[in-house]
Design a protein around this ligand. Structure first.
Ligand SMILES: *[C@@H]1O[C@H](CO)[C@@H](O)[C@H](O)[C@H]1NC(C)=O
Ligand SMILES: *[C@@H]1O[C@H](CO)[C@@H](O)[C@H](O)[C@H]1NC(C)=O
Ligand SMILES: *[C@@H]1O[C@H](CO)[C@@H](O)[C@H](O)[C@H]1NC(C)=O
Length: 468
């Protein structure tokens, strides 16, 4: 009797809970297959042209105890996604959204017009040749959140890598057709830390699962652009670049080398900070992420920049329209856009920002994964002064890898696209005339680079490009 009443109560309770769940939170499901359907983007405000591919966005819980959820946006390849690799894109900062930069300004299928409302197609979108997954990482960035606010104060490279691995494993449960698919990681700037570190935890994870079974991730390689690598060589390269590009005085150049030597990029001493401020003043009002293109004029609120200009390694202004970032800020703050992207109103940031200040537990690890057999490419836009080509070259030089293909120019449409050198286990490519966000400034060259990377071929020489 008592038992019967009990089970009846449980049933009623279950019905109530179910009703409540379906009414109140109909965009969350514990069933990955159902969740995938819920994540499908059906309509995107400002998208007034046809697209031939599916896209999805939503959250993946990476830690149940704390309630950490990472937000993703996935654009399938526009043709035959089943035959194309899966590629994860990560922006830097630390603290900058991969949706704000990677998706909306760089490699994504659509960018945002100056009205902050309308989208236009990007003819050089990387989803022409791959399935692209944009991830806002770590928690606190973009639409990613944690229910434990102390998480956001303690973001560090290690936890970021672990959370991203959890993200991938759970995401693959939701999108099982991508399990075992060739997988690559790409990114820029501070992602020079995130990308190799995530690669490393994936390689370890695969070893732990004996590289087989449903849980292994078929990581084939990674590629980073204008990547923060190690502080010593990064600094050395920045100062040298600023001086040789004629942007700072001899005196400042000497003092920078003296006072900022060996210091972490994101946490520097006050003496180093002071001389960095002086260098900043000497630069004048240029866009340090792209020294030859116009800066976005005045009224951009400088205070919204997460760090001092010299230290902000994830964010940029651009070439033809130097103010794209403002357009993104407008667009992604539109409630109807957030709704279309399945952003949970209870966890949406009060104001969505392209970058936010992150307390970063700085870690200087840039592990070599060459021995794991990954394809590793480092590229560099050669007009960036924040992580310049000199820094990348010093960092590569420090690895002391034997050269396998000598330095040479590479071509696109008969013009020099940049320079390249092959090393045992690593390929260097520069992109001529590109700033920090290479695909923003040189979208066609960036797509050519991405194509060569995925194919594992060297970049076109002059003869090859003349018939195409
Ligand atoms: C965060 O907390 C809310 C309210 O308890 C809950 O609905 C949500 O699922 C939690 N998020 C995560 C990622 O656990
Ligand atoms: C939040 O995280 C911190 C640090 O991990 C932990 O000490 C604290 O207990 C957590 N708070 C809650 C409410 O879970
Ligand atoms: C700059 O922005 C402020 C606040 O948004 C505004 O009041 C001011 O008129 C703007 N100035 C210019 C020159 O556009």
């Amino acid at each position: 009797m008592a038992n019967l009443r009990w089970s009846l109560m449980v049933q009623i309770l279950a019905i109530v809970v179910n009703l409540h769940l379906t009414i109140a939170i109909d965009s969350f499901s514990t069933d990955p297959f159902v969740q995938k359907q819920l994540d499908k983007i059906l309509e995107l405000p400002g998208l007034n042209f046809d697209i031939g591919f599916s896209q999805y966005s939503g959250y993946v819980t990476v830690n149940e105890d704390s309630g950490r959820a990472l937000f993703y946006w996935f654009t399938e390849a526009d043709e035959d996604p089943d035959s194309k690799p899966l590629v994860l894109w990560l922006n830097g900062g630390p603290g900058c959204s991969s949706i704000a930069y990677g998706e909306a300004e760089e490699i994504g299928p659509f960018h945002i017009k100056a009205d902050g409302k309308t989208l236009y197609p990007n003819p050089y979108s990387w989803n022409r040749i791959a399935n692209i997954l944009f991830l806002d990482s770590p928690v606190g960035v973009g639409f990613s959140y944690s229910n434990n606010s102390s998480d956001i104060l303690n973001n560090g490279d290690k936890r970021t890598a672990k959370d991203s691995l959890q993200f991938l494993l759970k995401w693959l449960e939701r999108f099982p057709q991508y399990k075992g698919r060739d997988f690559y990681i790409t990114g820029e700037s501070y992602a020079g830390h995130y990308v190799p570190q995530l690669s490393q935890v994936i390689v370890k994870h695969n070893l732990a699962t004996n590289g087989k079974g449903r849980k292994a991730i078929n990581l084939k390689g990674y590629m980073v652009g204008n990547a923060l690598t190690d502080d010593y060589h990064d600094h050395l390269g920045v100062f040298q670049f600023l001086w040789s590009a004629g942007l700072i005085s001899d005196q400042t150049y000497k003092l920078l080398n003296l006072l900022c030597d060996f210091q972490p990029f994101v946490h520097s001493s006050s003496a180093c900070d002071k001389i960095l401020d002086i260098a900043n003043n000497e630069l004048g009002n240029i866009d340090p992420y792209s020294i030859f293109t116009p800066a976005c004029p005045a009224n951009v609120s400088q205070s919204s920049r997460p760090m001092k200009r010299m230290h902000m390694v994830g964010h940029v202004s651009e070439k033809y329209d130097p103010c794209t970032e403002k357009h993104s800020t407008k667009y992604f703050n539109l409630l109807e856009v957030q709704k279309a992207l399945h952003v949970d109103p209870d966890h949406a940031p009060v104001k969505w920002e392209t970058c936010r200040i992150l307390q970063q537990q700085y870690s200087d690890i840039y592990h070599e994964l060459i021995h794991a057999g990954l394809r590793i490419w480092m590229f560099s836009g050669d007009t960036d002064s924040v992580i310049p080509v000199t820094s990348t070259r010093y960092s590569i030089d420090a690895l002391q890898l034997p050269t396998t293909a000598p330095w040479r120019a590479w071509y696109d449409d008969g013009q020099v696209g940049g320079w390249t050198q092959g090393y045992a286990g690593l390929t260097f490519v520069s992109v001529r005339g590109a700033g920090h966000e290479v695909p923003l400034h040189k979208p066609k060259l960036a797509l050519a680079l991405f194509k060569a990377f995925l194919a594992g071929t060297s970049l076109p020489a002059l003869e090859l490009s003349s018939d195409t």
